[in-house]
Write a protein that binds this ligand. Structure first.
Ligand code: NAD
Length: 271
C-alpha cells in the first residue's frame, strides 16, 4: 500500500512531502528531516520553488540514504518555452547536489512542451532521471505527448482534492497507466472549512487532514501534502493504519464542485 508501481516498474512512495513556499534554508531542511523521521520517503520540489539547494542539503545530511528517498523536480515554463529543458535539468541537479532525480516533470503544458518532452526522454536514457512525467496536463496535452514521444509518461501531477475530482484527466491517464499525484491535496488549507472531514474523522480517531489524504489514497492517488510544522508533518504521515468505509468515501465524493484553488491549466499555460 505504501508504494505505487509505476508503468516503468518503479515503486513510487504514495506519500511525499511538498515543499512549495518553503524557504531555501533551515525551514525546508528541518521539514524534510522530520518527514523522513516520520516515515516519508518522497520529496516534491521544483526549480520555481527556489529551494532545490535546501532540498539537496537536507537529503545529504539525512539519516536515510539518498537512494531510499524518491526525489521529484520539475522543468519550469520559461525553460520549456525557450527549449532549455536539458540545461535546466543540469542546473537543477547541480543545485540538488545529486546526479539523478527519481522523477522529472514538465511543470505546465506551455508551448514547447513536445520538444521538452523529447529532452526528458533523453534525460531518462542518460540516467539523469529514473522516471519522467507531466504536471497539469489535461486530455489533449497528454495525447500530444503520447503521439510525439516514444515513452509513455509515468506520472501526471495535477490539482486534486474533494472539491476537484478531475474525472476527465484521470480517465485519460488510466487508459495509459499513468499514475496521478495530487497537488494541493489539502486544498491549500481550505479543508479546515469543510466540517464533514472532522465529523468522519471522529469515527476513526483521525483528524480532518488525515481523512482528506486517506480519501485520495483510497482513490489510488499519490499525495504530497505540504507543511513546515513538525506535528502536522507527522500527522499527515499517519495514513496507513485505517481505512475509510465505502459510505464515507461516497460522502466525500459528493463534495465535488469543480473548484480549483490553483490556476486552471487551460488559462495558465496559454500565457
Ligand atoms: P496543500 O494542499 O498540501 O496544503 C498545505 C497547507 O495546508 C499548509 O500550508 C497548511 O496551511 C495546511 N496544512 C497542512 N497540513 C495541515 C494539518 N495537518 N492541519 C492543518 N493544516 C494543515 O497545498 P500545496 O502546498 O499547494 O500542495 C502540496 C504540494 O504540491 C506543494 O508543496 C508542491 O510540492 C506541490 N504543488 C505542485 C503544483 C504543480 O503545479 N505541479 C502546484 C501546487 C503545489
Amino acid at each position: 500500500m505504501k508504494n505505487y508501481q509505476l508503468n516503468n516498474g518503479l515503486q513510487m512512495p504514495r506519500l511525499g512531502l511538498g515543499v512549495w513556499q518553503s524557504e531555501n534554508g533551515k525551514e525546508t531542511i528541518d521539514a524534510i528531516h522530520w518527514a523522513l523521521e516520520a516515515g516519508y520517503r518522497h520529496v516534491d520540489t521544483a526549480k520555481i520553488y527556489g529551494n532545490e539547494e535546501a532540498v539537496g542539503k537536507a537529503l545529504r545530511t539525512a539519516s536515510v540514504p539518498r537512494a531510499d528517498v524518491w526525489l521529484t523536480t520539475k522543468i519550469w515554463n520559461d525553460d520549456i518555452r525557450e527549449g532549455r529543458a536539458s540545461e535546466a535539468l543540469d542546473k537543477s541537479l547541480e543545485r540538488l547536489g545529486t546526479d539523478y532525480v527519481d522523477l522529472l516533470l514538465l511543470h505546465w503544458p506551455v508551448p514547447g512542451r513536445v520538444e521538452a518532452w523529447q529532452a526528458l526522454e533523453r534525460a531518462l536514457e542518460q540516467g539523469k532521471a529514473r522516471s519522467i512525467g507531466l504536471s497539469n496536463f489535461l486530455e489533449s496535452d497528454i495525447q500530444e505527448v503520447l503521439d510525439a514521444g516514444s515513452i509513455v509518461p509515468a506520472v501526471n501531477q495535477i490539482e486534486y482534492h474533494p472539491y476537484l475530482a478531475q474525472a476527465d484527466a484521470i480517465s485519460k491517464c488510466d487508459e495509459h497507466d499513468i499514475a496521478i499525484t495530487a497537488w494541493s491535496p489539502l486544498m491549500q488549507g481550505n479543508f479546515l472549512k469543510e466540517p464533514l472531514f472532522a465529523q468522519i474523522g471522529e469515527r476513526y480517531d483521525k483528524t480532518a487532514a488525515q481523512v482528506v489524504l486517506r480519501w485520495c489514497l483510497q482513490n489510488d492517488i499519490i499525495v504530497i501534502p505540504k507543511s513546515v510544522h513538525r506535528s502536522r508533518i507527522v500527522e499527515n504521515g499517519q495514513l496507513f493504519d485505517f481505512e475509510l468505509s465505502e459510505d464515507d468515501m461516497r460522502a466525500i465524493d459528493e463534495l465535488e464542485r469543480g473548484k480549483r484553488f490553483g490556476p486552471d491549466p487551460r488559462e495558465f499555460a496559454a500565457k
